[in-house]
Design a protein around this ligand. Structure first.
Ligand SMILES: Nc1nc2c(c(=O)[nH]1)N[C@H]1C(S)=C(S)[C@@H](COP(=O)(O)OP(=O)(O)OC[C@H]3O[C@@H](n4cnc5c(=O)[nH]c(N)nc54)[C@H](O)[C@@H]3O)O[C@H]1N2
Ligand SMILES: Nc1nc2c(c(=O)[nH]1)N[C@H]1C(S)=C(S)[C@@H](COP(=O)(O)OP(=O)(O)OC[C@H]3O[C@@H](n4cnc5c(=O)[nH]c(N)nc54)[C@H](O)[C@@H]3O)O[C@H]1N2
Ligand SMILES: [Mo]
Length: 777
């Protein structure tokens, strides 16, 4: 890999960031995460991309009370005064990506045709730097050209107005958008007349939301950081915090210091789950750090529902042996519904099926059950390893069952903790980015603004792709994100976008969604979290919500990449004025000039946000209400917390095939590739690798280092076998369960069939793709 660094703010040179896939270097995987090395890597990257001054200016303000919220993950800051270094290696990399001095200017686009850019890797695109000017690609042209903001807004408005119906447009959101911008964006979309608001959450924690709304009446987690430090047992299932939520490791370490036990449930021995070196502590600087997991459950892909169902049975049996000590009958009587059905079902769980589904033995299942039995305060954390399966909603419901059985919701040190991904994905939902917001929200929105929001549900991500593919949606607007690369079934999604008359991307950096486009395409460059936002001569602040429902301010302070770049708020308001004219009943102009006025509107419309301007300015912001956590109140169909019963499901491995999970390396942020060093897994220099168990490699007559194509097999609803292919991956021997493989996203997205989705949440099944390996000749 060679990266040359133009430190001046021009793009007279491209950043040379190509790599040769033949050069993948495999070394031993790491057994511990973080430590000084991590800090060194982060600083090196930051200084390379921002220069020393911007590095100091940005890292000193990262996650501080008067600073900006980390654009990395949604893990909360700790309360009671933040620490001087409230960031992690990957947070620092996320900042470097955004605050880079490299720029993509109109000259860059003059140099590179769209066809040329289309041939570049996602890595190359993301390394070119920040977008500086609004650009347009007109039908039949080869190059994006600069366009004035007003002309850009008029062009979009003209297209949108010419549609046969507002439902022929889809408005995507990625999860970095601030609360203020998200609120205005959904207001624009609903004023226009559609609920077509697909978002990244549809591919992420939608399964968690679906399961939690049914069972506890609210789609958000019920714990705080304080709860985690008070817990005596924490289960971390389907999550790789060492890479994706590194600051969570400090909290887990603190919990351990307070006596907590930790159970890690994962097919892979992820470095951060096993050992952790806190770079802020002496033991993290020297030595091997602390071991995190007390019990490592190396589960088969998709085996978690069986695990929690099996635990349910063992917990009931433990209660039989010592009645009243395991099952919290008082809690169940006072707060739960459907326990009798659940109990009957759980007692009949076939433990042989559990062993087969999970790949663990009776002794380990019993050990885990015993740990749960002796716990007074249990928390279950999870992420994509649970949400991106066909039976994800049922799996998460099974996690809820065992916690409810033990009365572990709505008391200190206990609860449910879906660990969100994008830094403001939870806030965006709170602000109304959802294709099926409840009537109460729409009514409040209408009352405040005198609009009539449409009531029919809109398209989520998968349905939006289907609609574009079939010509039912003709215009696509993306508020951040990289829809083309992040979505499943790349070939289908690309064709869907190309089928649109108009595609608009509001972006900070170049990505694949700019080069796979509709007949007319626009790139609108926006400010990011780290940038200073001045409107009307006054510095503006925005707000965000973390994974634990804390809402707080974020103040960017760095010089933006160019004077042409606009804030997301200004972009939404500019488009709205072009679309609705100056006399629209929504005061778009005043929203842009003073974000306090947006917050006043949020206070009036969004539940739990009364007095938003004042409360968000408190030192640590404020916490949104969560009835189960606050009062053990469950606003479900029954008015109680619901136990649920679902037939046991797991993923079996067809003969001669593997089940592939698609996951993140340590050196990427979703589709943005930071670099080619998956340090903890010991893979360097390339990303087209497939991690396989030694026995599978031998069984297929392969050798580690062989090059293979991955061919996915999917039987559609009419019983036809579909094949999809991703070419040229290097086989890497790894400690994954037999029959299970892993490879990086987004390179493997071409293999995920659009119709392979989770029941009820419609989330693409990114963690269980049936594949075969074909040796390349
Ligand atoms: N640095 C960095 N930080 C990020 C991101 C990033 O790309 N880079 N992305 C952000 C986003 S949007 C999100 S959603 C989160 C994602 O955070 P994670 O959910 O940690 O992300 P993945 O890499 O998809 O990892 C899934 C983990 O689940 C395990 N797993 C896979 N299938 C199963 C299964 O069937 N059962 C169990 N028990 N485990 C399984 C995998 O081995 C892996 O450890 O991170 C956020 N933070
Ligand atoms: N196969 C497979 N597919 C997956 C997943 C998986 O595990 N496996 N994970 C899924 C998950 S969990 C998620 S969340 C999605 C992620 O899907 P997305 O959120 O759509 O993708 P990102 O890669 O996070 O988007 C990166 C782009 O966002 C833009 N951007 C960054 N910051 C800002 C900002 O502040 N404002 C604006 N306007 N733009 C900004 C930049 O231009 C950058 O190129 O992918 C999903 N897809
Ligand atoms: Mo995500």
């Amino acid at each position: 890999m060679r990266i040359s660094l133009p430190w001046s703010r021009n793009s007279s040179r491209d950043v040379d960031a190509e790599y040769d896939e033949g050069a993948v270097v495999i070394s031993e995987r790491k057994h511990e995460a973080a430590g000084l090395k991590a800090v060194g890597v982060a600083l090196q990257r930051d200084i390379a991309s921002m220069g020393p001054m911007r590095t100091a200016a940005s890292l000193l303000r990262l996650n501080q009370r008067k600073g900006f919220d980390c654009p990395g993950c949604a893990w909360p800051e700790e309360h009671g005064g933040r620490k001087p270094a409230e960031f992690c290696e990957n947070g620092a990399k996320a900042v470097a990506e955004e605050a880079t001095k490299r720029v993509v200017t109109p000259e860059f686009f003059a140099r590179h045709s769209v066809a040329d850019l289309g041939g570049r890797s996602e890595y190359w695109l993301s390394q070119q730097g920040r977008l500086t000017h609004p650009m347009v690609l007109r039908p039949g042209e080869q190059h994006y050209q600069p366009i004035d903001w007003d002309d850009a807004f008029d062009l979009i408005a003209t297209h949108l107005r010419s549609l046969g119906s507002p439902h022929e447009a889809a408005f995507y959101t990625s999860g970095r958008t601030s609360n203020e911008a998200a609120f205005l964006y959904q207001l624009l979309v609903r004023s226009f007349g559609t609920n077509n608001l697909p978002d990244c959450s549809n591919m992420c924690h939608e399964s968690s939301g679906t399961a939690l709304v049914d069972t506890i009446g609210i789609g958000k987690g019920s714990v705080t950081v304080d709860d985690l430090t008070q817990a005596d047992l924490i289960i971390v299932a389907g999550q790789n915090p060492g890479t994706n939520h590194p600051r969570m490791l400090s909290v887990l370490e603190k919990a351990k210091e307070n006596g907590a036990k930790i159970i890690a449930v994962n097919p892979l021995p992820e470095a951060g789950l096993l050992r952790f070196k806190d770079p802020k502590k002496v033991h993290g600087v020297v030595g091997h750090g602390v071991s995190i997991a007390d019990e490592f459950v190396q589960i088969r892909l998709g085996g978690d529902m069986a695990l929690f169902a099996g635990l349910g049975r063992l917990l009931l049996e433990a209660d039989d042996r010592a009645p009243g000590t395991v099952v919290d009958r008082d809690f169940i009587a006072a707060h739960c519904a459907n326990f009798a059905e659940y109990e009957a079902h759980a007692r009949a769980v076939d433990l042989e099926a559990v062993y087969e589904a999970t790949g663990i033995d009776a002794a380990q299942l019993q050990r885990v059950a015993d740990m749960m039995v002796s716990s007074q305060r249990t928390i279950a954390c999870w992420a994509m390893g649970l949400t991106q399966h066909r039976h994800a909603v049922a799996t998460i419901s099974e996690v809820v069952n065992v916690l409810l059985m033990r009365g572990m919701v709505g008391k200190p040190g206990a609860g449910l903790c879906p660990v969100r991904g994008h830094s403001n994905v939870q806030g965006d939902r709170t602000m109304g980015i959802w294709e099926k917001m409840p009537e109460s929200f729409l009514a409040a929105l209408d009352a405040r603004f005198g609009i009539v929001s449409p009531r029919e549900h809109g398209f989520d991500t998968v349905d939006a792709i289907r609609a574009m593919r079939d010509g039912r949606v003709k215009a696509f607007v993306g508020m951040g994100g990289n829809f083309v690369a992040a979505s499943p079934d790349t070939a289908v999604t690309e064709a869907a976008l190309r089928n649109c008359a108009l595609t608009v991307q509001v972006s900070t950096k170049l990505n694949r969604s700019h080069v796979v486009h509709g007949r007319t395409a626009l790139i609108l460059p926006s400010l990011g979290r780290t940038d200073r936002d001045v409107q009307n001569g006054r510095k503006q602040v925005v707000s965000v919500e973390d994974s634990m429902s804390m809402v707080h301010l974020s103040r960017g302070s760095l010089r933006p990449p160019s004077v042409e770049v606009r804030s997301e708020v200004a972009i939404v308001c500019g488009l709205a004025r072009a679309l609705f004219g100056p006399d629209h009943q929504v005061p778009w102009a005043s929203f842009t000039s003073d974000y306090d006025t947006i917050r006043d509107a949020i206070a009036a419309v969004v539940p739990g946000c009364a007095d938003y301007n004042a409360r968000v300015r408190r030192p640590d912001g404020f916490q949104l209400p969560h009835p189960p956590r606050d009062r053990r109140e469950f606003r479900t169909s029954t008015g109680k917390a619901n136990f649920t019963v679902s037939p046991l499901q797991w993923v079996s491995v067809p003969q001669g095939r593997l089940i592939l999970q698609t996951l993140r390396s340590h050196d990427q942020y979703n589709t943005t590739i930071y670099g080619l060093d998956d340090r903890y897994r010991g893979v360097k220099g390339g990303r087209r690798v497939v991690f396989c168990n030694r026995a599978d490699i031998a069984r297929f007559g392969l050798t580690a280092g062989d090059r293979v194509d991955l061919v996915s097999e999917f039987t559609d609803s009419e019983g036809r076998l579909q094949e999809r292919r991703a070419e040229d991956f290097v086989v890497v021997e790894y400690q994954t369960p037999v029959g299970n493989a892993a490879a990086y996203y987004p390179e493997t997205n071409p293999l995920v069939p659009l119709d392979s989705v989770a029941d009820r949440s419609n989330t693409p099944v990114s963690k269980a793709v049936v594949i075969r390996l074909e040796r390349r000749s």
